[in-house]
Design a protein around this ligand. Structure first.
Ligand code: SF4
Length: 93
């Protein structure tokens, strides 16, 4: 036994508009791309776990917190500390 479902043009347009609105805001709700970790050796950039002249990874544009209290860097490979510093430091705007 089949049951016919009638839907008005107005209801269908309303659902279509809601669907389009949902698709439009999807990129806003999606998390951003994961940070790309760098591949340079820490030694090559004189990385240290301590700040230098008041500057540290936490204020560097290459630093991304990883949720563990440390982070990754787009320049050097591996985990870096928020308190770290290297010669590629670039102040975050
Ligand atoms: S200071 Fe150096 S190690 Fe730290 S985030 Fe910036 S580029 Fe990476």
């Amino acid at each position: 036994m089949e049951t016919a479902v009638k839907i008005s043009r107005r209801a269908m347009l309303g659902r279509s508009a809601a669907l389009l609105a949902s698709i439009a805001i999807l990129p806003i709700l999606m998390p951003s791309k994961p940070a790309v970790a760098g591949s340079a050796a820490k030694e090559d950039f004189n990385y240290q776990d301590q700040p230098r002249n008041g500057k540290s990874c936490t204020s560097c544009s290459a630093f991304t917190p990883d949720g563990t209290g440390n982070g990754t860097c787009r320049i050097v490979a591996g985990t870096v500390k928020p308190t770290g510093w290297c010669m590629a430091y670039s102040e975050r705007n």
